[in-house]
Write a protein of this length. Structure first.
Length: 86
């Protein structure tokens, strides 16, 4: 095996290991804690946007976009269009 090729492969492996250690070490720092908390807030806000107070959690692709721009639960939209509840 070519020594230059082996040296290049080991150097790339070293970069990958150092990068993985830095990413995992970031999770233990205050910055990592802040990033996790921000991600948690975004996840909860997203779930709240997808949750109908009557019908519960809906899939994003099933929501109906009103002409005003607000998303609406498909069940609520059917009830509004038909004028009655199934
Ligand atoms: Zn609904």
């Amino acid at each position: 095996m070519n020594p230059a090729f082996l040296e290049s492969a080991l150097f790339i492996a070293l970069l990958v290991v150092v990068g993985a250690l830095l990413v995992s070490a970031l999770g233990w720092t205050p910055v990592g804690k802040r990033l996790r908390q921000t991600a948690n807030r975004r996840r909860i806000e997203r779930e709240a946007e997808l949750t109908c107070p009557v019908h519960g959690l809906q899939r994003e692709e099933d929501l109906v976009r009103l002409t005003s721009g607000e998303p609406l639960c498909p069940h609520c939209y059917k009830e509004a269009v038909r004028g009655y509840v199934d």
